[in-house]
Design a protein around this ligand. Structure first.
Ligand SMILES: [Zn+2]
Ligand SMILES: [Zn+2]
Length: 140
């Protein structure tokens, strides 16, 4: 992740913006503003307030750099937008978010839309469940 990306979108390069981009660049990161703020604090950016994090995330979102998701019961989470299309499955216990892509589901959605006379422009597909780690804890 480099400074060019910010400049290309007309955003001034600041340490806080670079650090937030770096945090979101971590593999498959899906993070809330709160989580990002506490990660910033841990890496020595304690002067960056939660309000600043929200402001930066809004700027990134408007610039098309990140996607914003609102999952059931949860805070909004953000992820980098440079990924290929994928859908999400969310653990209702621990809040873990994982990604999946299923060509059959994608095709079915297109077929349903077509049958209803729509040209499909997009979709939101979120599965909710209990992850294997949380299910394992229950067994003990
Ligand atoms: Zn879980
Ligand atoms: Zn994702």
């Amino acid at each position: 992740m480099d400074e060019e990306i910010l400049r290309q979108r007309g955003l001034k390069v600041t340490e806080a913006r670079m650090k937030i981009l770096e945090i979101l660049s971590d593999q498959h990161a899906h993070l809330s503003a709160d989580q990002i703020a506490s990660m910033l604090e841990k890496s020595g950016f304690s002067s960056v307030s939660l309000a600043t994090v929200y402001r930066v995330l809004t700027q990134f979102h408007e610039a098309g750099l990140i996607h914003k998701h609102q999952f059931e019961d949860g805070a909004s989470v953000y992820e980098l937008a440079d990924d290929d299309h994928h859908d999400h499955i969310v653990c209702e216990r621990c809040g873990k978010i994982e990604e999946f892509f299923d060509a059959k589901i994608e095709k079915s959605q297109e077929r349903v839309a077509r049958e209803l006379g729509y040209a499909l422009k997009g979709h939101t597909m979120v599965l909710y469940g209990i992850c294997s780690l949380c299910a394992g804890k229950e067994d003990r």
